[in-house]
Design a protein around this ligand. Structure first.
Ligand SMILES: O=C(O)CCC(=O)C(=O)O
Ligand SMILES: [Fe+3]
Length: 738
């Protein structure tokens, strides 16, 4: 099979259901090849067991023939070759470890180390390199014996990647399914899916196995489960559930598994030199450079095991501070179990990674104080941590040095690395990056603030422009004129109209409020809701209609009140060019009467500066659109019924509730209309003499908040009046402009 063939075959999804179905159940008999290397006295001597091991077939070739079998539909062959490939792959890894260990014991490495320790470096290169050569020979013979010469060739990157991606299980799941071995198929599917969670077809297959074939949960196992990650996960869960003894059990297991996995991972790193990044044909390094290049690669690979071991299947980012985290969990769990010696040992182990960690230092002090200074004195950090950290720091130092010296790449997998082992240039770079980051974030911050201000300013201008552009729709009724628009009133969504009602209508409504207006109506019965220097009287539309129905006032006058309120509503809808209807929120006729004898030196207002749908805070120049404000009100209109009193001007202000932007003198038939929000703070100057009456109306765009009393008023109108007596009868030219 050519590389392209196999690549495309591997890309194509393996769907569970194909046209051919195989019901044949097959027992796959695979001969297990067990290679156990017993210790031998010299490297040259191979045991009989080793000789058996030379039958180990190369896993990459097995994989390729498995793929070929798959395309032939030879499921039996797929299973036998793929399973064999997986076993040989695992076995090869195991044997690499075994040989590594054996050659440490059987080469001169120990001797060189011992001499170095005594400072006797005579003929050191000969001694060291003799050890190297011997080790090379040892490893070569060991692996040759163990794997057999056929397996010594270089496995392609592509195939190595396939195994890392757990691709053999992709092939296996369909083969097992075809052979009706659903449990094995489910396990293969699950194993593949754990590493390839985004693989939709395999997820569907898993669903089929579960739902259609009722495969039991126990079969969905991860055949490549990584024990250290599983134990850690269990430990964290037990810890979260405050089951501390179990948490300790799992975490201790996780630690053991971690170190075992670390050794296994590191042993795989002594592979051939990777020319990637080097000009292959021009590579002409001398002995030491070549050794250094290769060794740095090996070291990099070993050091990177910290990243590999802390990365969960299917994830790209590792768990940060993974190994130290074990000791963090352990110290607290031990403390909870009142095993203070172990807790102290774990805090001290953690502190080897991060000596400056204040919380851990505090914990340690606390445990020591509880257990007693004397009892705690001899408690050492865990040995395995001490040597791990020591080795890791030495490796980091060398890798940093090499990265500087040979311009190779070293990406430190740990976040606990102390500055002391980092090269100056890296520290400088990190400092510059940090200060650049903080400078950039400061600059971005102030830029964002400027942008926000600009956007706010533009939005303000835009709403003003938009409202200027939008407002100014037809006034619908003859005689109604626009006296001042938003621009003239120095704001947005504001209008001053005259001639909204005739003089007669004003008088009729004045009479209505004066005869029937209850003290304080509309203000929950308070006669002077805004100032003690004025008395407020008012009446609502519904109440007026009820009075009309009862004959206490002329029904026609009550009807006029109702109709004028409708007229105001349609004028507002039209003038502000609203695309959705306005609903009544509250309507009343209200008079403010100066209380004689209380007007000298008045400094208060008849109605303090406020906005109609939000709580105005002049300090912060904010208006909060929430209760107790009538937050659902959208438009307001005050239609004046008279002039001739003293004071009582309507004013618009800025959000500071102080700077007056426009002032309106009330007079009969004049109406000020505006949107009810923070853009229109307003109030009424003190009425110091006489009575000031108006029809005040508030509207909402949200039907949920329409006034219930208005609905009752609508019903009453329908009941009391016939169809003919409509608004047009009472106001003959109405809607002419339409
Ligand atoms: O009567 C006025 O001119 C304004 C009254 C007012 O703003 C209100 O009642 O919310
Ligand atoms: Fe108001």
């Amino acid at each position: 099979m050519t590389r392209t063939d196999s690549a495309s075959a591997r890309r194509s999804p393996l769907l569970l259901f194909t046209t051919t179905t195989t019901t044949m159940v097959m027992m796959v008999v695979v001969v297990m090849v067990v290679v156990t290397l017993a210790p031998v006295s010299t490297v040259e001597v191979a045991s009989t067991e080793d000789a058996r091991a030379s039958t180990l077939q190369p896993y990459d070739l097995l994989f390729d023939s498995g793929v070929e079998a798959y395309h032939r539909g030879d499921w039996r062959a797929v299973v036998s070759t793929m399973e064999q490939a997986l076993r040989n792959h695992a076995e090869r890894r195991r044997l690499t470890v075994v040989c590594g260990q054996r050659c440490t014991n059987h080469s001169a490495f120990h001797a060189v180390q011992a001499e170095g320790d005594r400072g006797e470096w005579r003929m050191w290169d000969l001694r060291l390199l003799e050890a190297v050569v011997r080790r090379a020979h040892c490893l070569h013979s060991c692996l040759e014996q163990a794997l057999g010469p056929a397996s010594l060739h270089l496995v392609s990157e592509e195939t190595q990647l396939e195994f890392r991606k757990r691709s053999p299980y992709n092939y296996l799941q369909l083969a097992y399914f075809k052979m009706d071995n659903l449990a094995a198929a489910a396990a293969a599917a699950h194993t593949f899916s754990v590493w390839n969670p985004e693989h939709t077809e395999m997820r569907q297959n898993l669903e089929y196995y579960r739902q259609v074939y009722n495969v039991e949960a126990q079969h969905f196992v991860d055949r490549e489960a990584r024990p250290h990650l599983d134990a850690f996960q269990q430990g964290v869960e037990r810890y979260a559930a405050e089951e501390f003894p179990l948490a300790v059990e799992y975490m201790e297991l996780a630690v053991d598994e971690y170190f075992a996995a670390d050794s296994e991972c590191r042993a795989q790193c002594e592979g051939p030199f990777d020319f990637d990044g080097y000009a292959y044909l021009d590579y002409n390094s001398d002995l030491y450079q070549a050794m250094a290049d290769h060794y740095v690669q090996v070291l990099n690979c070993r050091h990177n095991c910290a990243r590999e071991l802390s990365t969960r299947p299917g994830r790209t980012a590792p768990i940060e501070d993974f190994l130290p985290a074990h000791y963090n969990y352990l110290q607290f769990a031990y403390y909870k179990m009142e095993e203070l010696e172990s807790a102290i040992a774990c805090t001290r182990s953690y502190l080897l990674f991060r000596p400056d960690d204040e919380i851990m230092q505090q914990n340690e002090r606390f445990y020591v104080a509880t257990l007693g200074e004397a009892e705690s004195a001899g408690i050492e950090p865990r040995k395995e941590v001490a040597s791990y950290v020591q080795r890791s720091l030495l490796e980091k130092e060398m890798l940093f040095f090499a990265s500087e010296a040979f311009a190779t790449t070293f990406l430190d997998p740990d976040t606990w690395t102390p500055d002391s082992v980092k090269p100056q240039s890296l520290l400088q770079r990190q400092r510059t990056e940090r200060s650049a980051t903080s400078r950039i974030s400061e600059e971005i911050g102030s830029l964002m603030r400027e942008i926000e201000e600009m956007v706010e300013e533009k939005t303000r201008e835009h709403t003003q422009l938009e409202s200027l552009f939008k407002e100014g729709g037809p006034l619908l009724y003859p005689g109604v004129v626009l006296t001042m628009d938003s621009r003239a009133l120095n704001g947005s969504q504001r209008a001053l109209l005259d001639g909204v009602i005739t003089a007669e209508e004003s008088n009729e409504l004045l009479e209505l409020v004066n005869t029937a207006g209850a003290s304080g109506d509309g203000y929950r019965g308070k006669p002077s809701p805004h100032t003690p220097n004025e008395k407020f009287d008012g009446i609502t539309v519904y109440k007026a209609l009820r009075f009309g129905q009862e004959g206490r006032i002329a029904l026609k006058t009550a009807r006029l009140f109702y109709d004028v309120s409708e007229r105001v509503r349609s004028i507002l809808e039209s003038y502000f060019r609203l695309e959705v209807p306005l609903y009544f929120s509250y309507t009343h006729l209200v008079c403010r009467t100066a209380i004689a004898g209380q007007q000298d030196n008045r400094s208060d207002l008849s109605h303090p500066i406020h906005a109609d749908n939000c709580v105005l805070d002049p300090e912060s120049k904010n208006c909060l659109k929430e209760p107790p404000a009538y937050f659902y009100r959208d438009y307001s209109a005050i239609l004046y019924l008279n002039g001739g009193f003293e004071g009582g001007n309507f004013v618009f202000t800025e959000l500071d509730a102080d700077t007056v932007t426009a002032e309106v003198v009330p007079q009969a038939g004049r109406m000020v209309a505006f949107s009810s929000g923070g853009e229109n703070p307003h109030g009424v100057r003190a009425v110091t003499k006489g009575q000031r009456c108006a029809m005040a109306l508030w509207f909402t765009l949200n039907p949920i908040f329409r006034e219930k009393e208005r609905i009752k008023a609508d019903d009453l109108i329908k009941m009391l009046f016939t169809e003919q007596q409509s608004e047009s009868d009472l106001f003959p030219n109405a809607r002419d402009e339409l």
